[in-house]
Design a protein around this ligand. Structure first.
Ligand code: FES
Length: 166
């Protein structure tokens, strides 16, 4: 099998921790820092290089919320599900977003427009319910106004993707 750039990256990361299977978490953190997520192909290679079952690698990768198994979307959408936002209707907003954009909480839309991350309290309870889009706060939301914000998100062309029209 041909060795790709990513494969040699795994070898490098494994070497960095002297191939110590107990250092699986920092290895996954490094991999994610370098690639932005944990591609299945690389997890397979990592398991093989460490000689640990793939199920163990996945158990760790799925246990910690900070690891992502899919690439990030072009935009970062964080919906507060803290107590105050929850009471003021955040669950209905979350459902509306998931339904309209076919995304799971913690996942990325199929067109990679955005990654949707529900979190606990973003520290702006007086403005509840709150959603943060690419660092910008949107307050006093309803399901409809939240959808409007997201529908207006610009889709950037994928690097190397089709088109190229400006
Ligand atoms: S609970 Fe949502 S900002 Fe605090």
């Amino acid at each position: 099998m041909e060795m790709t750039e990513e494969d040699s990256r795994i070898d490098e990361i494994v070497a960095r921790y002297e191939g110590e299977p107990g250092m699986l978490i920092p290895m996954l953190q490094d991999l994610q820092a370098e690639l932005g997520y944990l591609p299945a192909e690389q997890l397979r290679r990592l398991a093989k290089r460490l000689d640990v079952p793939l199920t163990r690698v996945y158990a760790v990768a799925t246990f910690y919320a900070s690891f992502r198994l899919a690439p990030k979307g072009q935009h970062e959408v964080t919906l507060c599900m803290g107590t105050v936002c929850h009471l003021k209707g955040a669950p209905a907003i979350s459902e509306a977003i998931c339904r309209e954009f076919q995304v799971e909480p913690g996942g990325t839309t199929p067109d990679r427009l955005f990654t949707f991350q529900p979190v606990n309290c973003v520290g702006a309870c007086a403005l509840a319910p709150v959603m943060v889009v690419d660092g910008k706060y949107h307050d006093h939301l309803t399901p409809e106004s939240a959808l409007e914000v997201l529908r207006a998100l610009p889709a950037e062309p994928e690097p190397g993707g089709e088109g190229g029209a400006k």
